[in-house]
Design a protein around this ligand. Structure first.
Ligand SMILES: Nc1nc2c(ncn2[C@@H]2O[C@H](COP(=O)(O)OP(=O)(O)OP(=O)(O)O)[C@@H](O)[C@H]2O)c(=O)[nH]1
Length: 654
């Protein structure tokens, strides 16, 4: 029996839950904190004192560190101890452990400039190419961007891609050279590089150290002086652009919006242009950087809205929200995230599938770019086929499932979406190798196309030979190169090159990036973008254990690589499959042809152990019986492939 006070307390919580009342505020960090109250009035912040901006850069050039300094300088968060890097906006465990940002974060801060208090909305974006979608989303809610370049590394592949996205969106770019405290920093050289690559005037570049805080106050001034304020009037009908969503287990989906015009209030009845569904606003506020309810948002402001959306699909990224009965034209959304890499996810214990499915659904509420489909495998049971933006994204999702939902999972080898075209020209997309048809049968008249990307690699010229070789090994075409620094070589005489090529996506999702890093001693940076499909000589490789295919291990391989891959995988399987009482042939098969084979020898039980003395005939009879038994077992024998063996085979280390 619960004590009466506890019973009463629980009953209260149940009532609050039924009313969908936020009984506690949970940040995305999951840390429980009481909701703060606003000590400011948002009506005091019309458009002319608002600036919305993103921080964009190549991976590790210091975006999150700079975001920390800006939040500290404006008194939004307490100043970190000297030498400590709080990375305040990297809230997820995976972000902190890996030191990368995977989810864009929004934070509003107040800043006094020329005697006027300004409201600055900052969006910290991820740097890795897999999360480029997050970056373009963040930019949709900004009028300006801080483009950070590491003063020791210079312009890198993603610096170029994010610069072009910002330019296309018409954002005002503030160029910044970071890490000038490093002994290896070469600010003059890198400024010249930014000039030749981006056409930026070196006089506009702000030089800072986000780590020590040197030069950072100048950024705040530049944000106010150089970035245009948003436009929008309170007189016009409500128009709110939905650019991101979070999930709170009590309040459901929380949408991040940028109010373009009109006023958004708690209690308003709003409607989605995309789904036409209607909602009542239950809470609205600023991210400061945790949620602070303000009851109202004015034009130009960026904040959050809770309105009883239960499933993530309702918060359509790029949607426009308006007041019920006052329709508006929807704003141009942006390209939907496109899954580039697919993999099957299965529970280690097959009974855990319902729990796993629920965890996946919940996690996709905070990561909207993952696509989900149910899948079942004879070897691994019930699971889900998920689509990711890249392999780092896949790895991060796996880690988040393990960290945040305690999931114990097996994830199959990643595959890309292939196009199969029949004689009549009908196209079918296949993202699961088990569904890939037998294209080796020429009578079927099928052609296969695979996705290719336009890759750019930036590295010192000394590595040109190594990089070209690596690209050709990975079936690259149209290789071109140019010098990046337009004559401004480093003091040691070396110059940097940009190498571009068209390369199959399937080559990149395996080990291309790791090899690029190791062959260039970590100096190369890499970026890619979709370049459509091209015909290719691909077929399905199936692995047979004792003559029976293991569906979860099927792969799509290129003609030129099938022998190498077949041999390597058969060896791997031989290493990890436990021995059985009968001999187990392990074969890699393409079409009807066996490409590679290994035989797992039988485990021999000593059937004569209990026999004493010289009964030779009895001994032989036992051994003959054993032989017969093994033959029979081999005929009908099911080869056990324990989940641990799948783990070993599918883990990257092998
Ligand atoms: N010496 C020095 N180190 C810095 C400076 N700014 C950032 N760093 C370090 O550079 C590393 C990467 O910084 P982050 O702020 O995580 O970089 P990021 O661009 O947010 O990284 P992603 O989000 O993963 O793209 C960290 O180890 C920082 O401590 C700086 O001004 N000087």
């Amino acid at each position: 029996m619960l004590a009466p006070r506890r019973q009463w307390f629980r009953a209260c919580l149940r009532v609050l839950d039924r009313q969908n009342h936020p009984r506690r505020s949970f940040g995305t960090s999951g840390i429980c904190c009481a909701p703060k109250t606003a000590d400011f009035k948002l009506e005091d912040y019309p458009c002319d004192v608002i600036r919305n901006f993103s921080i964009i850069a190549h991976i590790d050039h210091g975006k999150s560190t700079l975001a920390d300094r800006l939040l500290e300088l404006t008194g939004t968060i307490p100043t970190a101890e000297k030498g400590k890097n709080a990375q305040f906006l990297d809230k997820l465990k995976v972000e902190r452990e890996r030191g990368i940002t995977v989810k864009a974060q929004t934070a509003s801060m107040f800043y006094d400039y020329n005697g006027k208090r300004h409201l600055l909305n900052l969006i910290d974006t991820p740097g890795h190419v897999d999360f480029a979608w997050e970056v373009s989303r963040s930019m949709a809610a900004s009028q300006g961007a801080l483009l950070l370049v590491d003063a020791s590394q210079g312009v890198q592949a993603q610096s170029i891609s994010v610069f072009h996205i910002a330019k296309e969106r018409g954002l005002k770019i503030i160029p910044i050279l970071n890490k000038i405290d490093l002994p290896a920093a070469q600010p003059e050289l890198m400024a010249a590089q930014m000039e030749s690559t981006f056409g930026i005037d070196p006089a506009d570049i702000i030089r800072i150290s986000a780590k020590t805080g040197m030069g950072v106050p100048e950024i705040l001034r530049a944000v106010v002086e150089r970035i245009p304020p948003p436009t929008g009037s309170t007189e016009e009908p409500l128009k709110a652009f939905l650019f991101d969503s979070l999930y709170d287990r009590y309040r459901g989906v929380i949408s991040l919006v940028n109010v373009q015009s009109g006023i958004l209030r708690k209690g308003d009845k709003i409607q989605s242009c995309h789904t036409r569904k209607r909602y009542e606003v239950t809470e609205v506020g600023l991210m400061h950087p945790e949620e602070i309810p303000t009851q109202i948002l004015y034009p130009g402001q960026v904040g959050y809205v809770a309105c009883n959306m239960k499933v993530s699909a309702e918060a359509h990224i790029g949607d426009t929200l308006h007041r019920v009965g006052a329709p508006v034209d929807s704003m141009p959304g942006f390209k939907a995230a496109k899954a580039m890499v697919f993999a099957g996810v299965f529970p280690v214990d097959t009974r855990d599938f319902p729990k796993l499915e629920e965890s996946i659904k919940r996690l996709t509420l905070t990561d909207r770019s993952v696509t989900i489909q149910r899948e079942s495998s004879s070897a691994l049971g019930q699971g889900a086929r998920l689509g990711f933006l890249g392999t780092l994204h896949m790895d991060v999702f796996r880690q988040r499932l393990e960290d945040e939902y305690d999931a114990n999972i097996i994830i199959t080898a990643p595959t890309v979406p292939y196009k199969i075209i029949d004689r009549k020209g009908v196209e079918t997309m296949i993202s699961n190798p088990t569904q890939f048809p037998d294209v080796t049968d020429s009578g079927a008249g099928l052609t296969v196309q695979e996705p290719v990307v336009h890759a750019s690699i930036i590295a010192p010229e000394d590595y040109f030979g190594e990089i070209s070789e690596l690209c050709y090994e990975h079936r690259a075409d149209d290789l071109e190169h140019k010098y990046l620094d337009a004559g401004s070589a480093a003091p040691d005489g070396s110059a940097r090159m940009m190498i571009t090529c068209v390369i199959p996506l399937s080559e990149i999702v395996t080990d291309f990036f790791d090899q690029l890093k190791s062959r260039t001693s970590g100096y190369a940076s890499f970026d890619y973008e979709d370049a459509g499909y091209r015909s290719s000589n691909l077929s399905k490789m199936v692995f047979l254990l004792n003559g029976k295919p293991v569906d979860a291990l099927a792969l799509i391989v290129h003609e030129s690589q099938k022998d190498k891959i077949g041999r390597a995988w058969v060896k791997k399987l031989h290493k990890v499959i436990p021995r059985h009482l009968f001999e187990v042939p392990i074969q890699a098969v393409v079409g009807r042809k066996v490409i590679a084979r290994e035989t797992l020898s039988a485990m021999r039980a000593d059937v004569t152990a209990g026999l004493y003395g010289g009964h030779y005939e009895r001994k032989m009879k036992h051994l003959d019986n054993q032989k017969e038994g093994k033959k029979r077992m081999k005929r009908v024998g099911q080869v056990d492939l324990p989940q641990e063996a799948f783990f070993d085979i599918l883990s990257k280390k092998n």
